[in-house]
Design a protein around this ligand. Structure first.
Ligand SMILES: [Zn+2]
Length: 120
């Protein structure tokens, strides 16, 4: 029986000017030993998320890797901030999940506001 209740997500994510492919893959023994459940590869524009995650963890890891992409686009030249990338990405990822979970109407509302703000 599969633990997956939510269908597999998007095949790609646009992060800034780049389109990242999104793939579910078995992470391999080295990633498991290093406790890595996902990876954002900047130059080939790939996000890989372990296929062996339940829905909650898959969502958290996918958001985490997308935040790495945002971080890299914006802050890759800031060495001081770069040294703390993992901590910053974790803080925002877990914080955003808690915000969305506690306020389920917030993201759909925000999406409407943003869509309304786009030029026609
Ligand atoms: Zn990370």
């Amino acid at each position: 029986m599969s633990r997956r209740k939510v269908p597999v997500g998007p095949k790609s994510l646009t992060i800034g000017p780049f389109v990242y492919s999104v793939d579910l893959k078995w992470p391999g023994e080295e990633s498991i030993k290093a406790n890595h459940a996902g990876q954002c590869r900047y130059f080939p524009c790939e996000i890989v998320v372990s296929e062996d995650l339940n829905d909650q963890r898959r969502g958290e890891v996918l958001l985490h890797e997308a935040l790495h992409g945002i971080f890299y686009n914006s802050l890759k030249h800031n060495r001081q901030v770069n040294a703390n990338e993992e901590t910053i990405v974790d803080a925002f990822g877990l914080g955003l999940i808690a915000l969305m979970r506690a306020n389920p109407d917030f993201m759909p509302y925000l999406a409407k506001l943003i869509a309304l703000s786009e030029p026609k």
